[in-house]
Design a protein around this ligand. Structure first.
Ligand code: ADP
Length: 247
């Protein structure tokens, strides 16, 4: 399987505080890969490095074969990103938000329209195109943001805890839509601390205190127990000795 996202021995520190320590993993093209880790694991730091909000000289990141340090433009052009915080203009319509974003990527006219229609369609949002974003509920806003991240036809979709603050029905709809995108060939890298968003066939990278503790499919990680139990056992075993000895 072709590698869509490659992270090789990446480390990052905020001053003397190590946030990522020799992180390595690969995500195959068309795979849904969950980055699973508790708060403080380093998920947001890794996302910032993958989107070049932060840079590091320790390690190597490549997207669709493009090296993030040597060919950042080529690498970034292959990424679609959904950050935790929404970046939508609430007073513009869904369609205007989409065409504004398309223009930022140098897309306009028929080509932009075609891509916008296709992206909204993939998220079941086509009939909302004329509505102001302010009129949409939280789940539909998120779906629109995902559609927007597809307009420049990226190969890898990065989502940083995309269901935070949504109700159960909206969470289910979004995890379902994004799994469908992966089935359609898109590579998905989805940060979460919620195991119920992950399906047995998905790949999982378990990150804890800046280190990768496991990297396999969710089904094999869970084994005979549940993914929650497996995750708790792995992260407890990966804690420093002083914590392990605590009563
Ligand atoms: P997560 O997204 O998994 O909750 P983060 O990447 O936000 O993890 O944080 C990883 C570690 O880096 C934590 O120990 C956190 O306190 C620290 N950290 C994150 N951002 C900063 C910052 N701007 N300055 C100093 N430390 C930070």
């Amino acid at each position: 399987m072709r590698t869509a996202l490659s992270v090789e021995d990446v480390s990052y520190a905020y001053g003397s505080r190590t946030a990522l320590d020799g992180v390595s993993f690969e995500v195959g093209a068309g795979r849904f890969c969950a980055l699973l880790g508790p708060n403080g694991a380093g998920k947001s730091t890794l996302f910032a490095l993958l989107t070049r909000l932060l840079v590091t000289r320790r390690g190597r990141i490549a997207v669709a074969g493009h090296d993030m340090a040597r060919a950042p433009r080529a690498a970034l052009s292959k990424i679609g990103v959904i950050f935790q915080q929404s970046t939508l203009d609430l007073d513009m319509s869904v369609a205007r938000n989409m065409s504004y974003f398309a223009a930022l990527h140098g897309l306009s006219g028929r080509d932009a329209e075609r891509r916008i229609d296709a992206a909204l369609d993939r998220l079941d949002m086509a009939e909302r195109a004329g509505e102001k974003v302010r009129a949409l509920n939280g789940g539909h806003r998120r779906r629109m943001e995902i559609a927007r991240a597809l307009v420049h036809e990226p190969e890898v979709l990065l989502l940083d805890e995309p269901t935070v603050g949504l109700d159960t029905a909206a969470r289910l709809a979004i995890t379902g839509h994004v799994h469908d995108l992966a089935e359609g060939g898109l590579t998905v890298f989805w940060a979460t601390h919620l195991v119920d968003e992950i399906r047995p066939a998905d790949d999982v990278v378990v990150l804890h205190r800046g280190r990768v503790l496991a990297r396999e499919t969710a089904g094999s990680l869970a084994g005979a127990s549940s993914l929650t139990d497996a995750f708790m056992a792995i992260t407890a075993a990966g804690a420093p000795p002083s914590v392990e000895r605590a009563p």
